[in-house]
Design a protein. Structure first.
Length: 122
């Protein structure tokens, strides 16, 4: 399934009541909402102190890694890796062609153009 086809929840999907105090990480029952989609789930919210303040992260319910976004697929909430989601570009049939053929050809062309532009004697 594609990331673009499922609901994605960020920290802005939380109410201010669900946000944790700095330095604490707790599992909370929260309502995640994006548009018409609302999900009641237990999510751990982790905070990090940065140079410009604090940064809040979700801890994925499946793998416990810090994630900026969680996704909803078939009633399950998790990160992109745990739910097996990929981006549209990763599923295009020509992505291997672009990676294996077109990029090296473009590099060779750029090298050739640099050599052509160099003045004689260098």
């Amino acid at each position: 399934m594609l990331v673009e086809e499922c609901a994605r929840f960020g920290m802005d999907a939380l109410s201010s009541v669900a946000r944790p105090v700095l330095g604490r990480s707790r599992e909370r029952a929260v309502v995640l909402s994006v548009g018409d989609t609302k999900v009641l789930t237990r999510v751990q919210i982790v905070t990090d102190k940065t140079q410009f303040g604090t940064r809040r992260w979700f801890a994925c319910p499946s793998c416990a890694h810090r994630r900026r976004f969680l996704h909803l697929v078939d009633g399950r909430v998790g990160c992109r890796g745990c739910l097996g989601l990929i981006y549209r570009e990763q599923s295009w049939p020509d992505s291997r062609l672009r990676r294996d053929v077109l990029r090296p050809a473009l590099r060779m062309w750029r090298r050739a153009m640099r050599q052509v532009r160099q003045p004689p004697g260098r």
